[in-house]
Design a protein around this ligand. Structure first.
Ligand code: HEC
Length: 182
């Protein structure tokens, strides 16, 4: 019985201390502060598991279709992805270096995530990070799938463009942030 009373008292003390710490303003919400290793590990696990459980949509068209890729490249530029994520040959905007967590490396995402997971992230965003919900912003699903197609082909689309695309597609890729150094 005594031990139960002790545990109860301890829980109350911990609750009061935690309340004082967080509500008293001692916890820093600064993006310039870095999180402790276990916090980063836990947040990454939660994010990966959440995306895996919720994702599941199927693309309404073939993602390697040239017209789909071209439209995806155009939307990638128009909706501002390049400001945070950059693109092969294109620098992200300076402010992106102040994001915490930092924006994902999309050439890595292209290799490790399937299309339905990428679509889910574009549509819903990732809470309490800089990644916006483009569904909430009113972008239709078919445009998001076009962007998924572009993200899945991330480095190859841009590299191929340096050698054998016509002038028109080259201009569109340029506006999507590719080839800016050419
Ligand atoms: C304001 C900055 C910002 C903009 C604009 C932005 N993103 Fe992101 N994005 C982020 C951040 C930050 C993360 C990392 C979130 C995290 O680590 O949990 C992210 C994550 C992602 C991921 C998930 C990677 C994963 O781990 O599964 C994808 C895919 C992605 N972004 C694609 C896009 C695309 C495509 C666009 C444009 C339609 C876009 N983002 C616009 C900041 C941004």
């Amino acid at each position: 019985m005594r031990i139960l009373a002790f545990i109860g008292a301890l829980a109350i003390v911990i609750g009061v201390l935690a309340g004082g710490y967080f509500l008293g303003g001692f916890y820093s919400v600064a993006a310039s502060a870095s999180d402790a290793g276990p916090v980063v590990w836990a947040l990454t696990r939660v994010r990966t598991a959440s995306i895996a459980r919720h994702a599941g949509g199927q693309p309404p068209f073939a993602l390697d279709d040239a017209a789909v890729l071209r439209d995806g490249a155009r939307h990638f530029a128009a909706y501002g992805c390049v400001h945070c994520h950059g693109a092969p040959g294109a620098q992200w905007s300076k402010f992106a270096e102040g994001l915490n967590p930092e924006a994902a490396d999309l050439s890595e995402v292209a290799k490790t995530r399937d299309a339905s997971a990428i679509f889910w992230v574009l549509k819903n965003g990732i809470r309490m990070t800089g990644m916006p919900s483009f569904g909430k912003a009113g972008i239709p699903d078919n445009e998001l799938w076009q962007i998924v197609a572009f993200v899945k082909k991330f480095p190859p689309v841009c590299q191929r463009a340096t050698t054998r695309v016509g002038a028109r597609l080259r201009n569109e890729l340029l506006s999507a942030g590719c080839l800016l150094r050419f």
